[in-house]
Write a protein that binds this ligand. Structure first.
Ligand SMILES: C[S@@+](CC[C@H](N)C(=O)[O-])C[C@H]1O[C@@H](n2cnc3c(N)ncnc32)[C@H](O)[C@@H]1O
Length: 390
């Protein structure tokens, strides 16, 4: 039995198609034309008022389609961000603004005064207060953590299990990078007897709390009791026993030094995402590498969207993209599904301007179906002819 078709593309003007869709969607990704005066913009005149009213009409449909726990991410540039923020405040509520992420990619203009290298991801929740109350925590792989972990593994391997030598090798690799890597990462500069990269942290409880251990630890060499933090250890007796058994307590040279806790980078390689990131734009190059695809000037990056989609929505998310363009959102969902076994479903709306559906979207989706196995239902029949300004 074949699996259900997970992704749907509707061809037409999103103003006409959106009212025919049923939600709820867990994630709505918006990548509207940026009002830059290029040919991408055809569904309205290249003019501020027209752009605003073009967007307002479409955004007005979002609340009906967004799940109560849903998230909206909108890509936008420097020129329109403040207008888009006002529009999104209007339609989703200013209280539901999560934040603005700055994506510093390479420059795409040849300006004489200011070479703008960034654009934005603007993030809103359907209900931010409920999202926060639910205890949801967004996490992303820490940039560069993987590289640091690999260097530690390398040092351990080449030192043939000699802990001091491995640590020396790792630190000499790390030394020139200390100025550029975040401190939160370079603090991990010790290698233990199992080859694990770690830092030490304060073992004391932040305040006097019930259930905390006050038990003195016995130093493994001297056999004498080590000092206990003033407010006790930050864990119970049972957790302390587990940490001792797992080799997660670092003793000093003798019993006069208070033992410390080990924190492994491998267990802490994710963090709450930061609001600024730097990543070279690769969307156009990637699209051009897909066989049979024609030109499309502004595809987004699969890697960047994959990171943010998997941060804000689960593996079974239903995703709506009203400005599908070349279909990046569908490739992102397929790639993520292929990686984590998820069942993300995308519904995208593509305006067929300049033959983009036949020349870019269809070949890209065919290719992705072959690579990832998910199916796409590309319905070319138009609900209503697109409103294309002259
Ligand atoms: C910035 S691009 C989106 C690029 C897309 N995220 C990608 O990675 O390929 C904006 C897209 O919105 C499309 N568009 C413009 N007006 C539209 C409308 N009324 N309905 C649907 N799509 C529209 C444009 O044709 C263009 O492909």
């Amino acid at each position: 039995m074949s699996s259900p078709t997970p992704h749907h593309v509707r061809v037409g003007d999103n103003l006409d198609v959106l009212p025919t869709l049923d939600g709820p969607f867990d994630l709505i990704y918006l990548d509207p034309p940026y009002n830059t005066g290029g040919r991408v913009v055809t569904a309205y005149d290249d003019d501020r008022d027209d752009w605003t009213s073009f967007m307002r009409d479409r955004l007005a449909q979002l609340p009906r389609l967004l799940a109560e726990t849903g998230i909206v991410i909108a890509s936008i540039d420097d020129r329109e961000i403040h207008h888009l923020r006002i529009l999104l405040d209007e339609c989703l509520g200013a209280d539901n603004f999560v934040g603005t992420v700055v994506w510093d990619g390479s420059t795409i203009n040849s300006a004489h005064l200011l070479s703008v290298s960034h654009d934005y991801l603007v993030i809103y929740a359907a209900d931010l207060a409920a999202l926060q109350a639910s205890g949801t925590r967004w996490r992303q792989e820490r940039p560069d953590a993987e590289m640091v972990l690999e260097a530690a593994t390398d040092a351990w391997r080449t030192a043939a299990g000699d802990r001091a030598e491995a640590q020396k090798r790792f630190r000499s690799w790390l030394s020139p990078l200390r100025a550029t890597l975040p401190r939160g990462l370079t603090e991990y500069d010790r290698i233990d007897e199992h080859g694990r990269l770690y830092r030490v942290s304060d073992p004391g409880a932040p305040s006097v709390q019930k259930g905390r251990s006050f038990r003195p630890l016995t130093h493994p060499t001297t056999g004498q009791a080590c000092p206990v933090p003033k407010r006790g250890w930050r864990m119970s007796d049972a957790s302390m026993d587990r940490m001792l058994a797992a080799g997660m307590i670092e003793f000093g040279p003798d019993h006069t030094t208070q033992p410390k806790l080990k924190r492994l980078l491998a267990d802490n390689s994710t963090a709450v995402p930061r609001s600024v990131f730097r990543q070279e734009r690769e969307g156009a190059r990637h699209l051009a590498s897909i066989p049979g695809t024609g030109e499309f000037p502004v595809p987004k990056d699969v890697d960047v969207l994959a990171r943010w989609f998997s941060t804000v929505a689960g593996p079974d998310a239903t995703i709506l993209d009203p400005f599908l363009g070349s279909g990046t959102t569908i490739e992102v969902a397929m790639r993520l599904n292929g990686t984590d076994g998820g069942i993300r479903h995308v519904t995208g709306i593509a305006l067929d301007e300049g033959g983009i559906v036949e020349n870019v979207l269809a070949p890209r989706l065919d290719h992705c179906e072959q690579v990832y196995g998910d199916e796409v239902d590309l319905s070319r029949e138009r609900a209503v002819a697109p409103t294309v300004a002259g």
